[in-house]
Write a protein that binds this ligand. Structure first.
Ligand code: A3P
Ligand code: MG
Ligand code: MG
Length: 397
């Protein structure tokens, strides 16, 4: 098939095999003026407890408390052997997101159509889309269903991903634990409380417990409802009438200290290579920090900087909107307008190919080698993921 790519019109391809392809162009083709991004508004929130039960309240929302770092503060590996992890072999699809939509509708927050949107998905999926024009190494696979005009998108569990997860080294597992331990160290259940002591009284992280919000926004040509986990809040917890609790939310992150000297680099060649690696690392890390919080209107990211052993050196507050400035003008860097224009064009195109309006029909959306195009194909009535209770307007079975 031939590429037909005229002006800024959406790129459309139709193949004989029934697949549709969206060509991912070089990033400069998406850079420029910004599409509209409407200030996200919160339309619902909920808590998931240690037993994965959903509660439409904020019992799981924690307060931020700045950790006191001293030379005796244990590393982020503390409590690793007590880590309680959600069993991700149990597929949950977008069930809680759908329940939260139903709940929002029942609370009548819907006078102005806030629970209606072109796209319903997790924030994590939108983050992946934002990063796609700059990523040639991170494949993803999604699944979509069109129901009453709305396209629902979830992550497709692939065998490849399961293998990767299963083959994680002990070090990789520990490193992904560090982010959760950082959360445990700087959140409390009491407002203005001191940060918890990192000793045997500290509860180990439990990834079953979550606090999630549902936000609605618009990116260019598409209205979007996203579900997202929120790490903590600064100030008092919002009551249900609060206008914009999003402003109080804080995203917690950990990042490796950017400190070339400490890596014992003696040769210039190695120094150059190390700098390139670090640049690459910072570049994508910051892109994701920015996209993750920007998408749902979380204004601040609090980042704990650590060394290669998970020892924290300091904590820094970064305003989400200032993140792009940190990379602006640097060679080979990402550009927020490119993330947004690309995603806007892709979603616009997706609406033209995910056309069968049937809650049982799913489509596969795949971005993989050779990193040229995103492929969409219809799976037929297979891998259905919208719940019957959602269709019935009920929350529990
Ligand atoms: P860091 O991002 O600080 O490493 P989130 O920051 O999105 O709230 O996620 C909390 C933590 O979950 C992350 O902290 C990281 O430890 C872990 N995590 C999230 N996504 C991950 C992924 N794709 N692979 C490994 N660990 C992940
Ligand atoms: Mg989180
Ligand atoms: Mg976080």
């Amino acid at each position: 098939f031939e590429e037909s790519n005229i002006g800024s019109a959406p790129k459309r391809f139709h193949r004989d095999d029934g697949q549709h392809a969206f060509r991912v162009l070089s990033t400069d083709r998406y850079t420029g003026s910004y599409p509209e991004y409407r200030q996200p508004i919160e339309i619902n929130s909920y808590s998931i407890d240690a037993d994965r039960r959903v509660w439409f309240d904020n019992r799981q929302l924690k307060y931020y408390a700045k950790p006191q770092l001293t030379s005796t503060t244990p590393s982020l590996s503390y409590n690793y052997e007590r880590f309680i992890q959600r069993d991700d072999t149990i597929p949950e699809h977008i069930d809680t997101l759908l329940d939260a939509l139903t709940d929002a509708r029942s609370k009548n927050v819907d006078n102005n159509g806030n629970t209606q949107a072109d796209i319903v998905t997790w924030r994590g999926i939108m983050t992946k889309l934002f990063a796609t024009p700059f990523s040639r190494k991170e494949p993803w696979e999604l699944r979509a269903t069109r129901h009453k005009g709305t396209i629902y998108i979830e992550e497709q569990q692939t065998e490849e991903k399961r293998m990767q997860e299963a083959n994680k080294s002990e070090r990789q597992k520990k490193m992904s634990y560090w982010g959760y331990q950082f959360e445990a160290m700087c959140t409390t259940t009491e407002p203005n409380g001191p940060a918890p002591k990192v000793d045997e009284t500290l509860e180990p992280p439990n990834t079953n417990e979550q606090y999630c919000v549902l936000v609605r926004t618009r990116l260019g040509h598409s209205s979007i409802v996203m579900g997202a986990e929120v790490d903590c809040i600064e100030g008092l917890k919002p009551n249900k009438k609060e206008k914009s609790p999003l402003k109080q939310y804080i995203e917690l992150k950990t990042s490796r200290r950017i400190d070339v000297e400490r890596q014992n680099i003696t040769f210039e060649k190695n120094l150059y290579r190390a700098q390139q690696q670090l640049l690459f690392y910072i570049r994508f890390k910051l892109l994701k920090f920015w996209a993750q919080s920007f998408l749902v209107g979380v204004p601040r990211v609090i980042c704990g900087f650590r060394d290669d052993d998970g020892v924290l050196s300091h904590v820094e507050t970064i305003n989400t909107l200032e993140i792009p400035r940190r990379v602006r003008g640097k060679p080979n860097m990402w550009e927020p307008s490119a993330c947004m224009n690309f995603t806007d064009q892709f979603l616009q195109w997706l609406k033209t190919v995910v056309t069968i309006d049937d809650s049982e029909v799913t489509y596969s959306i795949v971005w993989d080698e050779p990193w040229r195009e995103i492929l969409v194909s219809c799976n037929g009535r297979k891998d259905t993921f919208l719940t019957q209770r959602y269709m019935d307007g009920k929350i529990s079975n």
